[in-house]
Ligand binder design. Structure first.
Ligand code: ATP
Ligand code: MG
Length: 201
């Protein structure tokens, strides 16, 4: 095949692709807040959520982040982004960690931070709400799915919500507009590599 033939073939393929994409863009008419779920065993769920937080803050929108697991680790994004007056972060203050699992105090701590979450989910001024690691709260029964479903369903129409954590409840997956499953191909941890500051947290 000559270079010219190759170029022509490429141009045709690109034209075809462009018409497909254009048709899809034209077909997408609805505009409202979304519900996204980042789940799966691979790395990147919380990172992707903070990436989206950064994106929203970049346009001057108000953002609420609720961290359902008591600062197991430090969190570089939080340190940096909290300087932005448009960001509010609520962290589960006491109770749940991977080490001390005490049903009563964990449930109490979870319910307390959920109050913050439900306030954000009811506030039309908040453009994006992140419920980081909330999947575990449902799994352990510290929070019930009906409560979460109702708050998400009734949120302001312009508000987007992101759920992160492994083993997302099937009802959350069913409700969501966009669900991404991070698949673990490899993780350095399995080879004995320590979580790295500024990279893993
Ligand atoms: P990240 O916060 O890096 O985006 P994540 O939110 O997808 O990760 P979590 O299950 O919340 O993953 O785990 C949080 C911590 O565990 C992070 O320090 C992350 O680097 C690490 N981690 C993530 N996936 C794995 C894995 N498959 N094996 C071991 N450690 C992991
Ligand atoms: Mg995470």
């Amino acid at each position: 095949m000559s270079d010219q033939q190759r170029n022509e073939r490429h141009k045709k393929a690109m034209e075809k692709l462009k018409s497909h994409v254009d048709a899809k863009v034209a077909a997408a008419e609805e505009e409202r807040g979304l519900m996204l779920v980042f789940t799966g065993n691979g790395k990147g769920k919380t990172t992707a959520a903070w990436g989206t937080v950064t994106r929203a803050l970049g346009y001057g929108y108000r953002v609420g982040v609720v961290q359902f697991i008591k600062g197991i680790w430090e969190c570089g994004e939080r340190e940096r982004l909290e300087q932005d007056a448009n960001l509010e972060v609520a962290i589960m203050a006491t109770g749940f960690t991977w080490d001390t699992q005490n049903r009563e105090s964990d449930t109490q701590a979870c319910q307390e931070v959920w109050q913050q979450a439900s306030r954000m989910l009811a506030d039309p001024e908040v453009y994006l709400v992140v419920l980081d690691e909330i999947t575990y709260m449902l799994k352990f029964g510290y929070l019930d799915i009906d409560t979460v479903r109702t708050a998400i369903t009734n949120r302001p129409p312009e508000q987007t919500v992101i759920i992160t954590g492994r083993n997302a409840h099937r009802e959350l997956v069913a409700m969501a507009d966009t669900v991404t499953e991070m698949q673990e191909v490899k993780h350095g941890f399995a080879a004995g590599l320590k979580a790295r500051r500024g990279i893993d947290f």
